[in-house]
Design a protein around this ligand. Structure first.
Ligand SMILES: [Zn+2]
Length: 68
């Protein structure tokens, strides 16, 4: 049992489409997949940030003026 994410109409388990508005109901598998994708994107973003920081640190190191 759940509620339509579009119009709030209650619907029974196993029903894919809302009787009131015809909106497709997200199944547990879809919700799980969306959650996994969100976590992957979050992880990728963290990796990119770390890589950018490392790149900036390397550049800073390389761009230091030579000491005379
Ligand atoms: Zn609906």
């Amino acid at each position: 049992m759940g509620f339509c994410i579009n119009c709030g109409q209650q619907y029974q388990d196993g029903i894919r489409f809302c009787r009131l508005c015809g909106n497709q109901q997200p199944g547990d598998q879809l919700l799980m997949r969306l959650r996994q994708e969100a976590e992957q994107i979050h992880y990728m973003r963290l990796q990119m940030q770390a890589a950018q920081q490392q790149y900036a640190a390397n550049n800073q190191f390389q761009q230091q003026p030579p000491r005379w």
